[in-house]
Design a protein around this ligand. Sequence first.
Ligand SMILES: Cc1cc2nc3c(=O)[nH]c(=O)nc-3n(C[C@H](O)[C@H](O)[C@H](O)COP(=O)(O)O)c2cc1C
Length: 180
Amino acid sequence: MELKQGIETRRSIRSYTEQAVTAEQIEEIVKAAQLAPSWKNSQTARYYAILDPALKERIAAEGTMQFSKNMQNIRSAAALVVLASVEGIAGYNPDGGFTTALGTHWQSFDAGIACQTFCLAAHDLGLGTLIMGIFDPEKVAELAGLPEGQHVAALIAVGYPAVHPDAPARKPLSDVLVIR
Ligand SMILES: Cc1cc2nc3c(=O)[nH]c(=O)nc-3n(C[C@H](O)[C@H](O)[C@H](O)COP(=O)(O)O)c2cc1C
C-alpha cells in the first residue's frame, strides 16, 4: 500500500470479525512501529500484546472504568495491545532534570508517534485498529503485568474490520494551518 493511501484510508475500527490475530502479525507490526522516531532515539515505547481471550476479557471488564463502548470495542477485537511508556527518559537529562520547559511532555509525544506508526503498519496488513484513551491506567498496568517505571500510554484494539466506516469530517485546512 502506498504511504499516502494508507494514511488516508486508516480508520478507527469499532467492530471486528472473529478471525484471529497471530503473534507473528503483532511482531511484524511492532517491528515497523519500532522505526518511529523518538527522543534521542531512546525508544521508550513498550507493547504488551494480549492475545489470551480470558485476559483480554478481564481488561474489558475491569480496566475500562465501566465505559461500555470501550468494553465492547475490546471484546469485539481479536487482540488488544497495551501501549506502555518507560518513564523518566524522554525529555530528561541524565541527571534526572528536564531538558526543556515542556517537562514530561515528550514521553507522551513519543508514545503517540509510536502508536500511529503501529496503527498504520497494522492497516498495511489489512488489520483494523482503535486507539483508546478511556481506561483505568492502574488496573490495566496490573492486568498486563507492567513493571515498575512504566505506565500505560494507550490501549489499541487490533483485528480484522467488520465495518468500513467513512472518515469523520476534518476541519478546514484554514482552521489548522497558519503559514507566515
Ligand atoms: C488519544 C486518542 C484517544 C482515543 N480514545 C478513544 C476511546 O477511548 N474510544 C473510542 O472509541 N475511540 C477513541 N479514539 C478514536 C477517535 O475517536 C478517532 O481517532 C477520531 O474520531 C477520528 O476517527 P479516525 O481515527 O477514523 O480518523 C481515540 C483516539 C485518540 C488519538
